[in-house]
Design a protein around this ligand. Structure first.
Ligand code: ATP
Ligand code: MG
Length: 385
């Protein structure tokens, strides 16, 4: 019978958290495999999947589960000497050099690992012509894992998974999702550290098109691969932008816009129990992402930290991740973003806090924020829709 062995990192499995982490991982795997036929079980700190249909599809799905570090597709056999030897008599090597590795996870098994490994190696030598053992750089490695459930698992490949922490174990946060390349990547990176995400998108309809909104929905949908479902908050930013455009110095347009975005984001976080704001900012990428701009922007936040996982990444590196998580092609579709509407020619690169505060005195901030929040539309995006 086929089995999939799942391995998770040991680092976070310490202390009281262990149980919470394991339960979340267990549940996340079950959610990911929703609609598949399978049996998930636990033996000796390792998870195991059996009784499934399509191996390849299972592996593809499991590779997106955070907290899993690697997996192997194995043959499950009875853990006794006769059955294991019989199995090895049928192995036909495809390479010229090989090694057998035995891990006796169940110490009750009567034969020591090294002795069993050399015995199994001899069986292979007997049944395959022109092959030899190479303990250091074998072309083909055959691993036998003997577990306390009375089964042995034989496999050759260890497939790398995402790593990270199980989704949800770090709490919940609000991703500011534009239609660009960076913010979906930021969302992926934080989800990988266990943060369950909701998303907030500001649109400037009718200055921005319905297609621009569809693009953001498509990006959120891609992110559900890693975040199982996304509650997308869509908020109209049109009146805010019109008011800033009418009343404030053009070079402060973006600074003020970003400060208002943050205020609205924090209100939603407070209201909905979200513990942090996530953005796709990268140091020095544009005028609003200098150290001074970010300082003036985040100054409006009273209770909420901003996580900026792309802060130290080059654009090329961000693009590589975007391609890996399959958001890149959607991100580069040519629909305008709310930030490009009313874009000033020369935004300040090093705004001062008092300057931004002076500009904001020309606005009825409370009213603008309340109106924006009233426009909020919520879209539930599910992985399997
Ligand atoms: P991105 O590629 O993510 O759009 P960017 O390089 O275009 O980023 P900015 O436009 O300065 O940079 O935006 C910085 C961050 O602010 C974005 O990564 C995103 O988190 C947030 N943001 C920008 N525009 C919006 C929007 N319309 N709705 C929600 N969040 C936004
Ligand atoms: Mg952008």
């Amino acid at each position: 019978m086929k089995a999939i062995l799942l391995r998770f990192g040991e680092l976070f499995l310490k202390g009281e958290n262990r149980h919470i982490f394991e339960t979340m991982l267990f549940n996340n795997i079950k959610k990911k495999l929703d609609g598949e036929k399978f049996k998930l079980s636990k033996t000796q700190g390792r998870l195991m999947i059996t009784e499934f249909d399509d191996t390849e599809r299972m592996v593809e799905k499991l590779k997106t589960v955070f907290g899993l570090h690697s997996l192997s597709v194995a043959d499950e056999i009875e853990a006794n000497e006769k059955d294991i030897c019989d199995y090895f008599r049928n192995i036909k090597l495809v390479e010229d050099t090989f090694k057998v590795e035995v891990n006796r996870g169940d110490k009750r098994f009567p034969i020591k690992s090294m002795i069993l490994a050399s015995k199994l190696g001899e069986i292979i030598l007997k049944n395959n012509n022109d092959v030899r053992v190479d303990l250091y750089t074998p072309e083909q490695k055959i691993m036998v894992d003997i577990r306390a459930n009375g089964k042995a698992y034989v496999y050759e490949r260890v497939i790398r998974c995402q790593g990270g922490l199980p989704l949800g174990t770090s709490g919940k946060a609000l991703l500011l999702l534009s239609g660009g390349i960076d913010s979906p990547v930021a969302g992926y990176l934080m989800a990988k550290r266990g943060l369950k995400l909701e998303a907030l998108h500001f649109h400037s309809y009718p200055y921005t098109s319905p297609e621009a909104k569809q693009k953001v929905i498509a990006l959120a949908k891609k992110l559900t691969n890693y975040n199982d479902e996304i509650k997308l908050h869509c908020v109209s930013f049109t009146k805010v932008q019109e008011a800033i455009h009418k009343n404030c110095l053009p070079e402060f347009m973006i600074t003020i816009m970003r400060r208002i975005m943050m205020r609205i984001a924090e209100k939603i976080c407070q209201r909905d129990g979200l513990g942090a704001i996530v953005t796709g900012e990268s140091l020095g990428q544009v005028a609003s992402q200098t150290m001074q701009s970010m300082t003036v922007t985040e100054n409006v936040l009273e209770k909420t930290p901003i996580f900026r996982p792309c802060i130290g990444m080059d654009k090329e590196d961000i693009i590589l991740v975007a391609k890996n998580i399959d958001t890149f092609e959607t991100s580069i579709l040519p629909y305008e973003d709310c930030c490009t509407v009313f874009l000033p020619k020369n935004p300040v690169i090093k705004p001062k806090l008092f300057q931004a505060e002076n500009e904001e005195k020309k606005l009825d901030l409370q009213k603008l924020i309340d109106e924006a929040l009233e426009s909020e539309e919520i879209i539930h995006i599910k992985a399997n829709d």
